[in-house]
Design a protein around this ligand. Structure first.
Ligand code: DOR
Ligand code: ZN
Length: 352
């Protein structure tokens, strides 16, 4: 496909997304609804989305925040805690409220304080999920503060994820936003019940990006970007056509004030130009023929859903990533969110 200047594929979905709530939700959801038909919505609000009632109410708020004429379906997740009510979870899944369950090791990242403190406490819930076929979406980083931040994903595999899959061999698991060659190898070596999402920013940058000419808070996310050899492994896996890897942006908006701070939040807001970022990676790898599988087919197949019927077209005509996105009725650094690569020119654009 060298020299391709246009590509038409089934409409993609985003299998990992943070939309937040209130005015922030209103500011960011139009970008995702323009690009994607469905998205897995992360439950790390404060307080987190821990019950089917809370998920129903959050879904209603997302639908209410959509621009008129949008065709977008939020797929809700349950935030797993030490005290999750397995009956509510399984019933919520049967009722179509919950698509999946999100596991945050307590303290691993933004709003994860209510997460799981000890896997021993959720074994009963995981058994019910395995029986009911409910996917577990894993933030795979150890919270052991003595482990180097760049090794937390690799250590999590050995200490937690591998034993978990051994104990629950039928549990559907998505290893979210993988950042290492170790994670790629682990996912490839697993069964059909194990898959992974890959973000655009982890495909496009390595850890140097956080330090170019100074400290770059808008390049900081968790899991933190790793060395170039890891980025290359992610890129090879994502663009290979292997059905175990699919698109999940982990677009995670924070205000400028929260990012540009003495203790800045982790999270990269990539939603505005997500597809343009991804298609550029596939183009550079000479793998455009695998883009539709990664963006539009592998995710639905793993989740047991139909791919979207509509088509979209991306063309190699260039586009500009928007500048700071304003939050209604909020001013100063509290009133705006900076997109990933804001203001930069990209090779591709999504046609309306
Ligand atoms: O960078 C991140 N931001 N990683 C996460 O795991 C959470 C997310 C957020 O909610 O901001
Ligand atoms: Zn996330």
């Amino acid at each position: 496909m060298t020299g391709t200047t246009e590509i038409t594929i089934r409409r993609p979905d985003d299998w990992h997304l943070h939309l937040r709530d209130g005015a922030m939700l209103e500011a960011v959801v139009p970008f995702t609804a323009r690009q994607f038909a469905r998205a897995i919505i992360m439950p790390n609000l404060s307080p987190p989305v821990t019950t089917s009632d809370l998920a129903r109410a959050y879904r209603d708020r997302i639908l209410a925040a959509l621009p008129d004429g949008s065709d977008f379906t939020p797929l809700m997740t349950c935030y797993l805690t030490d005290d999750t009510d397995a009956d509510d979870l399984v019933q919520g899944h049967a009722d179509g409220v919950f698509t999946a369950v999100k596991l945050y090791p307590a303290g691993a990242t933004t709003n994860s304080a209510s997460g799981v403190t000890d896997m021993g406490r959720v074994l009963g819930v995981l058994e019910r999920m395995e029986d009911a076929g409910i996917p577990l979406l894993v933030h795979g980083e150890t919270t052991d503060p003595s482990v180097d931040v760049f090794y937390r994903e690799a250590v999590y595999i050995d200490r937690t994820l591998a034993p978990l899959l051994q104990r629950f061999p039928g549990l559907k698991v998505v290893f979210e936003h993988i950042t290492t060659a170790d994670a790629v190898d682990f996912v490839m070596g697993g069964g059909e019940n194990l898959a992974a999402t890959v973000t655009a920013h982890h495909l496009m940058m390595n850890r140097n990006a956080m330090f170019v000419g100074g400290l770059r808070p808008h390049m900081y996310c968790l899991p933190v970007a790793k060395r170039e050899n890891h980025r290359l492994a992610l890129s090879a896996a994502a663009t290979s056509g292997n059905a175990k890897f699919f698109l999940g942006t982990d677009s995670a908006p924070h205000t400028l004030a929260a990012k540009e701070s003495d203790c800045g939040c982790a999270g990269i807001f990539s939603a505005p130009s997500a597809l343009e970022h991804y298609v550029q990676v596939f183009d550079e790898e000479g793998a455009l023929e695998h883009f539709e599988a990664f963006a539009s087919l592998n995710g639905p197949a793993f989740y047991g859903l139909e791919p979207n019927a509509e088509m979209i077209t991306l063309s190699k005509t260039g586009s500009e990533v928007p500048g700071d996105v304003a939050i209604k009725n909020a001013e100063g650094p509290e009133g705006a969110i900076k997109p990933f690569l804001a203001g930069e020119t990209l090779a591709w654009s999504l046609k309306d």
